[in-house]
Design a protein around this ligand. Sequence first.
Ligand code: DLL
Length: 435
Amino acid sequence: MEYFQKEIEKIKESELKKIQLERLKRIFSYAKEKIPFYQRLYKDIKNINSLSDIKNLPFTKKSDLRDNYPFNLFSVPISEILEIHASSGTTGKLTVVGYTKNDIELWSEVMARSLVCAGVRKGDIIHNAYGYGLFTGGLGFHYGALKLGVTVIPVSAGGTQRQLMIIQDFKSTVLTCTPSYSLYMAEEAKEMGIDPRKTTIRLGILGAEPWTEGMRKQIEKEWDMIAIDIYGLSEIIGPGVAVECEGKDGLHLWADHFLPEVIDPETGEVLEEGQEGELVLTTLTKEALPMIRYRTGDIVKLINSVCSYCKRTMPRISKIKGRIDDMLIIRGINVFPSQIESILTKIPEVSPHYQIVVTREKHLDKLEVRVEVTEKTFSDEIKKLEELQKKVEREISGVLGLSVTVKLVEPKSIERSMGKAKRVIDLRKELKEGN
Ligand code: DLL
């Protein structure tokens, strides 16, 4: 087994706790001293004496970043900031994050750790098709590769046919992009007469959006590669917060830099290990933009046991179920897009390209799932297609406990994504506004 920083990745739990407490105390005083927002937030809180004291600190959230747009949460003057990234949410305004020299070093380090954990080795050629730009994906992987000392091709997202030519000619071995883009690339490859299974790509490090085990199987089959899940968010650092090893049994979270908690999103109460809830992260070492008890909006479970595959000791998070904001409440029933994806990827006659459309009819929410059939199924007679439609409806309704309408659509008719796929179209809001 290879590690980037073996000592720390296999640290004893008691040692890790010691480091975490020391760093938590430091970041708490640092944020309070340097950033007016934290000064106000912590005006009645004197000290942190134990790790569990973190419970006394209020949560921070995305709106705090937006309210302090663009630079008011930075702890240093802009002259100390080397790089700025931003992500655009649904509400339009950008969430802006900044990095000092030390932060870039930290990011490179956790990304190098992540790459090794995912299975990257000296001699690999990384085809990095995450977007370069304000999005943290492209540069995050880039810095990790430089730190590790492996070749990186900064191809960025888009120009799919050119990407495939580069993979073939440069003999790239590792593909890094969103899971949905990897599927799109495989599809385009076949269109061009290239068999993605015959390329030199052996490993995919995929993330930035939720994807299910079913989707993983499809991607691994299409590319004949191992597909590894990587997680992160701009507010905390970018990619490199947590990543799977080849054991694929939860994502190893670099808890010497990012302290995890899982809370009940309704009450804010901290949950026990193994219970599903919202991931809350505290940056223990980040300089420019310390985020303390930041509500990620992502639904996970925490796993504290040592990984039986790679023996790393840091806590793990389960594969991300989805974002709280992406949870649909349909006639009172909670539905995550990932639940629908799990069902669809088990039905061989349909492809993993789907979209969920929510509308309102006569004051009732209506859920429609549009899914592409495979080329082979598409040529079947109408009767067979009707049977298939009923079957997909039955399977989804059975699992969700909710009636749904399924619309089978032609292959390649659902818009492909080169970054994060848009799985849900919620027309209820527009309908309301239109009225
Ligand atoms: O997506 C950082 C990243 C880039 C991660 C490349 C992995 C690979 P943001 O654009 O700020 O940052 O979006 C962060 O994306 O809160 C999750 O909701 C979602 N997300 C990221 N990784 C995963 C994943 C990057 N592996 C938001 N599974 C996060 C599910 C993910 N959701």
